[in-house]
Design a protein around this ligand. Structure first.
Ligand code: GRF
Length: 202
């Protein structure tokens, strides 16, 4: 299956997915990287890997709806069957998420339903939590709320700063996001009626 990756920034998760494709018999193939920031470092990563890149800037469109429509048309033109959000920092319109229902994955740095939205690390540390983590989930029209595929936990130690916890969480993300993409592309993972199924089991 072909898939696109949507990014806004550094693209370290994109890099992990690119690297995982080098291993033999990956079921998926990245057919494009779509970005809403022209200066994102992730675009450099994509170009280095020879992946076509497409930049969509909000200022070039009269509405979010118009921008998301243009992105959706590009995705269909590429023939992508899966949309992988990897640090895409713009909320997608319901028109977009409904058009690709069950075919959008996101990775969010918290143990959802805890801490949807921004600054999750700071919020977890300030709350005195002893663990944090990352969630890979299908995307619906509600932000950070679709069916959960996988969560990975890491400890928070008493004197941790944000960057200590970030380092632990991103290591998990880079390990698991490529795996989940492969599950989807090989047909093992699917979403139905708002639930995620791996090998037919919820
Ligand atoms: C990741 O930590 C992910 O959880 C969040 O945004 C971050 C993106 O990092 N959604 P990168 O651009 O993949 O390095």
């Amino acid at each position: 299956k072909k898939f696109v990756v949507l990014i806004s920034g550094n693209g370290s998760n994109l890099q992990a997915i690119i690297d995982s494709q080098k291993s033999a018999n990956a079921s998926g193939q990245i057919c494009g990287v779509i970005c809403n920031k022209a200066d994102a470092y992730g675009l450099v990563r994509a170009k280095k890997a020879g992946i076509p890149t497409f930049v969509f800037s909000r200022k070039d469109y009269e509405s979010n709806l118009a921008m998301d429509f243009a992105i959706a048309e590009q995705i269909e033109k590429l023939g992508a069957e899966l949309i992988v959000l990897a640090g895409y920092m713009k909320i997608l319109t319901p028109e977009f998420t409904q058009r690709f229902e069950g075919r959008i994955l996101n990775i969010h740095p918290s143990l959802l339903p805890k801490y949807p939205g921004l600054n999750t690390y700071q919020r977890a540390i300030e709350a005195g939590d002893s663990e944090h983590g990352t969630t890979i989930h299908f995307v619906n029209e509600e932000v950070d709320a679709g069916a959960i595929v996988l969560q990975a936990k890491v400890p928070i130690y008493p004197n941790d700063e944000v960057e200590d916890v970030v380092a632990r969480v991103v290591e998990q993300e880079h390990q698991y996001y490529p795996l989940v993409v492969e599950w989807f592309c090989s047909g093992r993972l699917l979403a139905e009626n708002g639930k995620a199924y791996l090998d037919g089991k919820e």
